[in-house]
Design a protein around this ligand. Structure first.
Ligand code: PGA
Length: 252
């Protein structure tokens, strides 16, 4: 497993967090010692209101700060929207695009997600593209078909492995405490790896593929040991430093 991409544990705070929450980020920074830094990259994606303050709070710690979504355009008449360039200006290094909550709540299509991924990279940031099946799709045996279609539609094939991270997040595992078996995760991640090789060529081997959905300190080591799992995208357990660093500790 010598050629595995350098792992990444990314936290998605979703619509949670006030300025007072930045103390948790400070605690994460304190706990992120040089031994752990050598083994795993860390990223926290707070709500947009906190991106700039978080980038200041994390400065010098090695923890990156990211956003949870962006508009595809650089600027313009789009009330309430924020561009990738604005997040870059605020200190972000990455943007999550196509999270299932945005696909469901805002009707984001694969084409829209692809445009956002391109926008993130246009601004010099890493695009974290999320894919994953619903419970009904899994029960119907459609998991690989659904994930394959999302990848084909959402991944810009001109990206390199340094510009792109893919997160596999089964919708039914998000925030539910349920997780797929290690064998199920292995099957989907191997499928994603193959598809990335098809879409990106040789660069597909270097793209980090994160698993997301109810990752906790108690299950992180087992999930992170699965072949082609290059880290985690963590929701609820990224809000507290003790939990997030407990997950990162799977790489110690
Ligand atoms: P969860 O969320 O860890 O709370 O299940 C994961 C995600 O939505 O990224």
């Amino acid at each position: 497993m010598n050629n595995r991409p350098h792992p990444l544990v990314a936290g998605n705070w979703k619509m949670n967090g006030l300025r007072s929450s930045l103390g948790e980020l400070g605690a994460m920074a304190q706990a992120y010692d040089s031994a752990l830094r050598a083994k795993v990259d860390l990223l926290i994606c707070p709500p947009a209101t906190l991106v700039h303050a978080a980038s200041i709070a994390a400065a010098g710690s090695g923890i990156g700060v990211g956003a949870q979504d962006c508009h595809a355009h650089v600027s313009g008449a789009h009330t309430g929207d924020l561009s990738a360039e604005m997040f870059a200006d605020a200190g972000a290094s990455a943007i999550i695009v196509g999270h299932s909550e945005r696909r469901a709540d805002h009707g984001e299509s694969d084409a829209a997600v692809r445009a956002k991924a391109l926008a993130a990279v246009r601004a010099g940031l890493v695009a974290i593209v999320c894919v994953g099946e619903t419970e009904a799709q899994r029960r119907g045996g459609q998991t690989l078909g659904v994930v394959g279609n999302q990848l084909d539609g959402s991944i810009p094939t001109e990206l390199t492995s340094a510009q792109l991270v893919v997160a596999y997040e089964p919708v039914w595992a998000i925030g539910t405490g349920l997780t797929p078996t290690a064998a199920d995760v292995a099957e989907v991640h191997a499928f994603i790896r193959e598809r990335l090789a098809f879409l990106l060529g040789a660069d597909g081997a270097g793209v980090r593929i994160l698993y997301g959905g109810s990752v906790k300190p108690s299950n992180a080591a087992e999930l992170m040991a699965v072949p082609n799992v290059d880290g985690a995208l963590v929701g609820g357990a990224s809000l507290k430093a003790v939990d997030f660093m407990g997950i990162a500790a799977a790489y110690r």
